[in-house]
Design a protein around this ligand. Sequence first.
Ligand code: G1P
Length: 291
Amino acid sequence: MIKPLRKAVLPVAGLGTRFLPATKAMAKEMLPVVDKPLIQYAVEEARAAGIEQFCMVTGRGKTALVEHFDVAFELEATLRERGKTAELQALHDQQLPPGAIVTVRQQVPLGLGHAIWCARAFIGDDPFAILLPDDLVLAETPCMKQLADAYAQTGGCVVAVTEVPRDQTSRYGILDIESDDGRLVAVKGLVEKPKPEVAPSNLSIIGRYVLVPEVIGYLARMDRGAGNEVQLTDAMARLIGQVPFHGLRYEGRRFDCGDKVGFLEAQIAFALKRPDLGPAVRAFLPKYIDA
Ligand code: G1P
């Protein structure tokens, strides 16, 4: 029996040094794309996949992320008084049920694998999703919903994958491909951040995963991998052969919002999709492009 997917872990302890000074006193996951913080995109995407329980792995200086999902009583009262019903509705739509979100702290920055291990009590014996809020995906069907649907068929582990240029393999977890039907890829190995000359393919993992709880046992070994960090990819690789393990070529466009250019591109792409902003943005863009 394939256990239903109801839990998600959101690793949000990173310092966001690439966005200084913006992130000096603010969590990078609170950076907005158009008018919504990255963390909220991740939570909404997970909810669209049927996920009901969330664990944010936070660190120092990240309290705004917790505040963001709380009821803002004074704000709501003021909006109500002023008859701002649309704004009020937007707040209500993002509201999670009481108790749906918990936080744990990653006390030391030992890597993504260590961050996920910090959520072990929340994960328990259940399958769980991971969403890295830096990776934003614009898609007809939300990316995590695509993964959850694939997981409901295959069970085991499913990770979202996309082709990257060969010279960029050292930025990602890379798949060693067993077989490939063009959409679902059976995985026979995983390598974290390989140099192009040794990368087994150019199919990279993006920040969306569905994993079995057994991965925690491997993370607990605290083996150090690339960058001397506890790598999630290395622990996942140990599950191959024990449980079904697939990459899913998701439909949609991924933006690396941990990178300035990716973040700016996301602003434009998401704004153009918005009925209220798209036409105005389309109208001004040519002014900034050399003829
Ligand atoms: C992490 C993972 C990597 C994955 C990437 C996706 O790397 O370790 O396997 O490909 O996220 O964004 P990071 O971006 O934290 O270096």
